[in-house]
Design a protein around this ligand. Structure first.
Ligand code: ADP
Length: 251
């Protein structure tokens, strides 16, 4: 038999190793709990539209042959719930890919003034709402993946539009050598106690308050993941019934 070379570790070294292992296990456990929570939240979110689809299918089976209005109502409901499930699954896949870190980003130099103007035009037309754009410079360049930047801005502007009925502002600025885009609305605002949780997966402030807007609670976590991947961060300031400002630090 080959003799195995062993090294004797000092007590201090053993102690350090134990601490390191302990920290590793804690982190693993935390991640594992988060995954379990994600699966349970995701199943719950998908179950609601499935239940609606199931009951409307039963309705068609029972009454659909004789009653055209029931048939139409059921088909409408099934089609809208299917759309919602599709959107939810797409968002979940997107989030999982970003969080696993295996979704590549393709940064390139973007001129932000014209980029934001294009987004402002598209979103004003799409939502038929007043979206304004302000910049303190004529040109600002940043290295970002353009598709991802579009996705991130859509998420914040979409929320600003959803949670207010006033004009929405996109503000481009350079602050302490960092390029920032702030999305400002004068809408319902976010309660103080919810502010540090809104970036969590599936988190929505008071579900009943938002139920009509059909949100998923995934938008902000997707946005935060993409921003972090580009080396940036995002902050939020909000006051209830006054409005909200999300500031994206792009670099
Ligand atoms: P959702 O699909 O529900 O909008 P998000 O992850 O985008 O999910 O946002 C999480 C929650 O944060 C929302 O449900 C809403 O309660 C709150 N929120 C986000 N943006 C705003 C905003 N501009 N004004 C007020 N509340 C907001």
């Amino acid at each position: 038999f080959r003799k195995i070379q062993t090294t004797r570790l000092s007590e201090d070294e053993l102690y350090d190793m134990a601490i390191t292992f302990n920290n590793m296990i804690n982190r693993l456990e935390e991640n594992f709990d988060k995954e379990k929570q994600f699966i349970s939240d995701a199943s719950h979110e998908l179950k609601t539209p499935l239940t609606v689809i199931e009951s409307y299918t039963k309705l068609i089976k029972r009454w659909g042959k004789d009653d055209e209005s029931i048939r139409e109502e059921a088909i409408e409901a099934i089609s809208s719930e299917t759309q919602r499930m599709k959107m939810l699954t797409e968002k979940m896949l997107n989030l999982a890919a970003t969080e696993r870190g295996d979704e590549s980003i393709y940064p390139e130099s973007i001129e932000l003034v014209s980029f934001c103007q294009a987004i402002q035009r598209t979103l004003s037309i799409t939502y038929n709402r007043n979206v304004q754009f302000l910049s303190d410079r004529d040109e600002i360049y940043v290295d970002w993946d353009p598709q991802k930047l579009k996705q991130v801005l859509y998420i914040f502007v979409d929320n600003a539009i959803k949670y207010s009925d006033q004009p929405v502002q996109i503000n481009l600025k350079e602050v302490d050598n960092r390029i920032t885009i702030t999305v400002i609305d004068e809408g319902i605002g976010i309660p103080k106690e919810d502010l540090d949780q809104i970036f969590g997966r599936f988190y929505r402030v008071d579900k009943s308050r938002n139920s009509q807007s059909g949100g998923t609670g995934l938008g902000l976590s997707i946005a935060a993941g993409i921003i972090a991947k580009h080396g940036g961060n995002v902050t939020v300031e909000s006051e209830e019934d006054k409005g909200t400002a999300f500031t994206i630090y792009l670099n």
